[in-house]
Design a protein around this ligand. Structure first.
Ligand code: GSH
Length: 223
């Protein structure tokens, strides 16, 4: 939960983004994890338009999210999520086998699914007659469909950080629209129906809406 007074955990995002990505900026993964685990955190932002040296010392690619936890600095949403997950068994099971599975699925969401879905989407923006990455994405989504036909959650028989990351990668509307995947659709709907996701999503949308207001006021003031 956001807590300006007691949080040593700070999640960083941009001070503003255009309307399209709102609700999808990857700081949502970290907000969501904190909400699931009841961790106190505060939000801080770096300029979207002017990515300065201080930002680059936290995130070498000038991206978000990153976090600070006391003196500790972590970047990459996967690394940040794993750090947060270690704080609470609701996100990271304590038994060795389930921990290993949870970590495997978190990394696979990023390195086997998002690693394909993002380039596929990017190539598609140019509307080529055929997207050469379509077969690659289809193979990944077909495999996942078979997984979700057999279980409600990726590991441990319950929600973990693995589901958070996988659902966040899969919930993008253009990924959902890619094909007919009923078991995956049901999985994504199940994971995103969690109150913690809804809070994190609403908070992010509100954060950027406030940023719009602040921008408009600065413009009025001639800033
Ligand atoms: N692999 C990075 C990707 C981060 C990323 O793409 N962040 C987007 C916002 S969701 C961003 O900063 N975009 C601006 C840019 O790439 O310049 C992670 O998972 O943290």
């Amino acid at each position: 939960m956001p807590d300006e007074d007691n949080a040593r955990l700070t999640l960083w995002t941009f001070d503003w983004v255009p309307e399209g990505p709102r609700g999808f900026v990857r700081d949502l993964r970290l907000r969501w994890a904190c909400e699931e685990a009841g961790l106190h955190y505060q939000m801080r932002s770096v300029p979207f338009e002017d990515r300065g040296p201080d930002h680059l010392t936290h995130q070498p690619f000038g991206q978000v999210p990153f976090l600070t936890d006391g003196d500790l600095r972590i970047f990459e949403s996967g690394a940040c999520l794993l750090h947060l997950a270690e704080k609470d068994a609701s996100l990271m099971p304590r038994d060795t086998g389930s921990r290993a599975e949870t970590m495997s699925w978190v990394v696979s969401a990023l390195n086997s699914v998002e690693m394909v879905s993002v380039p596929w989407w990017f190539v598609g923006l140019a509307s080529p007659p055929e997207n050469p990455l379509e077969g690659w994405l289809r193979a990944r989504l077909d495999s996942l469909e078979r997984v979700f036909e057999g279980r409600d959650w990726l590991t441990a028989g319950r929600f973990t950080a693995a589901d958070l990351m996988m659902a966040d990668v899969l919930r993008l509307p253009w990924v959902r629209a890619f094909g007919d995947y009923p078991a995956t659709d049901a999985y994504v709907a199940r994971v995103c129906d969690r109150p913690a996701f809804k809070t994190a999503h609403a908070d992010q949308v509100a954060f950027f809406a406030t940023a719009d207001g602040n921008r408009a006021r600065r413009k009025e003031d001639g800033g």
